[in-house]
Design a protein around this ligand. Structure first.
Ligand code: PEP
Length: 254
């Protein structure tokens, strides 16, 4: 059975004290309030990853991740963070290709494919983000855009590597806007992505891949989104910055 994964991407929010406070609150609330099956991944800014990981070490439901990493292993790349460094902090997931990285830092699918390799080589799990802009959806280009993002970013992997990847479908028009894709819209795309993987690899592999939805997931829409057969969790931005809303979303998943 494929894994259900709910991840909170804090983006560039929370200083160290605030961040560690939030991690502790989430950990304690989950112990008291949640007995479901989802794995929960906290993805703070790089600087907080090591300390956050120590705080969640006792709670097997919780893991940590990073929001990005270098495609290089080490060397003269001032300001960069390698996958091995993330691994050495005890984190296990890395977001690759968030739309903000694509949009503000010009990260292309080819570039992201190299980052995916770096993450897998370090033994970490990539959460590969894909999603169309509003204009692409309105011009009916979204299926082509998604197919290109998935094939150029991931389809150089062999089946064993592909089985390690988590995909997050995040329509750009729904990120941070308060506009969520309807459950039908999200389900349609998740099934489409699973179909692409099935065609390239096998239907067995496609069935095993976790595909998260991301884009204005909130406590009041999570349950319905999670009821769709191909939605295996969520990547959450704004609502992950408060323990109550994040934990309430998690509690929407059995
Ligand atoms: C995100 O940044 O990945 C995201 C989904 O943000 P939000 O939940 O705020 O839309």
């Amino acid at each position: 059975m494929r894994k259900k994964i709910i991840a909170g991407n804090w983006k560039m929010n929370k200083n160290l004290e605030e961040g560690l406070g939030l991690v502790s609150e989430i950990s304690n609330m989950l112990k008291d309030e949640y007995s479901g099956s989802a794995k929960v991944v906290i993805i703070p800014p790089f600087l907080h990853v090591a300390a956050s990981t120590k705080l969640v070490a006792e709670n097997s439901r919780l893991a940590t991740g990073a929001q990005n990493c270098s495609n290089h292993k080490s060397g003269a790349y001032t300001g960069e963070i390698s996958a091995d460094m993330i691994m050495s902090c005890g984190a296990t997931y890395v977001i690759i290709g968030h739309s903000e990285r694509r949009q503000y830092f010009n990260e292309t699918n080819d570039w992201l494919a190299k980052k995916i390799d770096a993450v897998l080589e370090a033994g970490l799990t990539p959460i590969y983000c894909c999603g169309e802009t509003l204009e692409e959806r309105e011009t009916n280009a979204h299926f082509t855009v998604l197919e290109t993002q998935i094939s150029e970013g991931l389809f150089h992997l062999n089946a064993e590597q592909m089985a390690q990847v988590v995909i997050a479908y995040e329509p750009v028009w729904a990120i941070g806007t308060g506009k969520t894709a309807s459950t039908e819209q999200a389900q349609e795309i998740h099934a489409f992505i699973r179909g692409l993987i099935g065609k390239k690899y096998s239907s067995d592999l496609a069935e095993e891949i976790t595909i998260q939805y991301g884009g204005s997931v909130k406590p009041d829409n999570a349950k319905e989104l999670f009821s769709a057969p191909d939605i295996d969790g969520a990547l959450i931005g704004g609502a992950a910055l408060q323990s109550r809303s994040f934990v309430d979303i998690i509690k929407s998943m059995n």
